[in-house]
Design a protein around this ligand. Structure first.
Ligand SMILES: Cc1cc2nc3c(=O)[nH]c(=O)nc-3n(C[C@H](O)[C@H](O)[C@H](O)COP(=O)(O)OP(=O)(O)OC[C@H]3O[C@@H](n4cnc5c(N)ncnc54)[C@H](O)[C@@H]3O)c2cc1C
Ligand code: FES
Length: 522
């Protein structure tokens, strides 16, 4: 059984605040179909791309494996900003000043385009202009802010560096770097109305329709249910590209999971949006619901997906402890977690996915900053389909692939680490049997001398699965906070019953007979 602290305010099961908002539901695609552009993945990038293409007169079909917006976009923090943590100093050294400035402009343009679309379509998405700040709590952290501030000056980015205590933060700080006039919003309130627009403009939308393969000869997208979608162009907006063997993307992306909670408090809320310079990361913003009630959103405590040094639930607990200590939080109505990928050089891959065909496009690797940048990515993808030039196409080009020595080192490290996960997690021998599992407890169990994954649900039923990842065969680890099986190699996640939650995997886990495991069944 999950060991909640007795005084914890956390509800038993996670649920995102953003997903409280209604999203229209769509059918599954149950026939072969032809379309001009197939957009795969119903998050911010897929929906915005489908919308922009439909608006430009293209015949678009948007397909989603699970439910629209149930991916990272429905589980984000929803700051819309060009202050994507501490990045500009690094970008100057990796890409040079011109491209570092272009990255800033891409984010700023993305932010304005979200605001513009919301205005045009009269979408109330709780848009609020806010200052974004990175705060430091140590002398070392402040030194980093100084460097980043110098990068702002070099790139003519509007920013203010302040030394010492940030007035509205109730803990000690050594300074902050603030970018004025950024924004926060409600991503689901913004994107759900665009689904109606896509349909109104002649597009088609399908949910519970998983793509499993793209054949580049005929440009045919094969679906899990045996049907197919033939397209002139395919846009892979599935977060992690499910067809990652095309272009070996699994070797170019690292992935981190991070936690959020929304809490009530009588203490003053933050007015700006904040992110810490130091680890463990802390992200802060306010949230106002439709009744005008205010909440504090606290995020952070990232770690590599499938690889946490403590039980996953502890990460929520760490955020709760932080909230109690500094903001006297009283109640936590919502908590959730999500993951995002980072590319080798920290700039997303957006555009032509593989060299051998210009007809498969992708957008991935937003390094936990895919709102403003996601909007620009959708424009880059749209312009690509429409054969129009785009100022950011080169910067985001997935085929840029100029690996530097540092990148190669990281690449090698990652692959070595992946190899270790494959061996180490496979070698572990469980000490429990399914009979030992309490309700709402999961983990590796031994059945007939074999190691399998087990979870006993509230009704006492035990779900047994084979814990070998269906992507490339790594051993999966139990995530007690989400009741999922998570892969440390490339971040695929599966429900306790074995269904795919997050790719790159497209096949469910093998379910095993559980007739041996009914101690707690009523
Ligand atoms: C904890 C956290 C906080 C964040 N906070 C911020 C923030 O404050 N500001 C910011 O700018 N960014 C933030 N981000 C990043 C941002 O949320 C993401 O970059 C962005 O939402 C990614 O959008 P997406 O459309 O690529 O992915 P998703 O929203 O995940 O959409 C992809 C969709 O594709 C579907 N799919 C997957 N495989 C298939 C398949 N085979 N067939 C069909 N469909 C498939 C999935 O089910 C999913 O719905 C945060 C990220 C995290 C993890
Ligand atoms: S996600 Fe690649 S092996 Fe599991």
């Amino acid at each position: 059984m999950t060991d909640y602290k007795t005084n914890s305010l956390l509800p038993q099961f996670p649920h995102s605040y953003w997903l409280e908002h209604d999203v229209p539901r769509y059918p599954t695609l149950t026939e072969d179909m032809k379309t001009e552009v197939g957009v795969i993945g119903g998050g911010i990038i897929g929906i915005l791309t489908a919308y922009l293409l439909a608006k430009a007169g293209k015949q678009v079909t948007l397909i989603e494996a699970r439910e629209l917006l149930s991916g990272v976009t429905g589980n984000t923090t929803a700051k819309v900003t060009a202050q994507t943590s501490m990045i500009y100093n690094e970008l100057i050294s990796t890409f040079g000043e011109e491209k570092a400035r272009l990255y800033y402009e891409a984010n700023t343009e993305g932010m304005h385009s979200i605001e513009q679309i919301a205005k045009e379509l009269s979408i109330d998405c709780d848009w609020e202009t806010k200052d974004a700040s990175i705060y430091a709590s140590t002398a070392k952290g402040f030194k980093q802010l100084e460097k980043e501030s110098r990068a702002y000056e070099t790139l003519a980015i509007d920013g203010v560096l302040t030394n010492g205590q940030v007035n509205e933060l109730p803990f000690k700080t050594t300074g902050a770097l603030t970018m004025p006039d950024q924004a926060q919003f409600h991503p689901v309130k913004f994107l759900a109305p665009l689904l109606n627009e896509i349909e109104r403009l002649g597009g088609s939308i399908y949910e519970r329709t998983r793509a499993i393969k793209v054949c580049k000869g005929k440009m045919r997208v094969h679906l899990e249910n045996g049907f197919s979608l033939d397209c002139d162009k395919v846009v892979v907006a599935t977060h992690y590209p499910f067809n990652d063997f095309q272009g070996l993307y699994f070797s170019k992306l690292s992935i981190e999971r991070s936690y959020s909670l929304v809490a009530t408090t009588d203490a003053p809320l933050v007015n700006g949006m904040y992110i810490s310079a130091e680890s463990p990361s802390r992200s802060l913003r306010s949230v106002r619901n439709d009744k005008g009630e205010d909440f504090l959103l606290i995020g952070g405590d990232s770690h590599q997906t499938g690889k946490s040094s403590e039980p996953n639930q502890e990460h929520y607990q760490n955020l709760e402890d932080f909230g109690k200590r500094y903001f006297a939080i009283k109640d936590i109505p919502y908590h959730w977690s999500a993951q995002d990928m980072t590319t080798l050089d920290k700039v997303p891959y957006v555009g032509q996915m593989i060299r051998s065909t210009p007809n498969i496009l992708l957008a991935t690797g937003f390094n936990k900053w895919g709102m403003a940048m996601g909007a620009t990515a959708a424009k880059v993808l749209t312009d690509n389909v429409l054969n129009k030039s785009n100022a950011y196409a080169d910067l985001f080009d997935p085929l840029r692939n100029k690996l530097k020595a540092k990148d190669v080192q990281q690449f090698t490290w990652k692959n070595t680490s992946v190899g270790k996960d494959l061996v180490v997690t496979k070698a572990k021998r469980p000490t429990m049997t399914p009979d030992d599992l309490e309700p709402d407890q999961g983990g590796l169990v031994s059945v007939d001398g074999k190691k399998v994954g087990g979870y006993r649900d509230a009704s006492g039923h035990v779900h047994l699965v084979k814990t070998t990842c269906t992507h490339m065969g790594c051993g999966l680890n139990w995530n007690d906070a989400e009741r999922s099986w998570d892969c440390p190699c490339h971040g695929s996640r599966f429900t306790y019953a074995g269904e795919v939650i997050d790719g790159p995997a497209v096949k469910p886990l093998e379910k095993l007979d559980n007739s041996c495991a009914c101690k707690h069944q009523h």
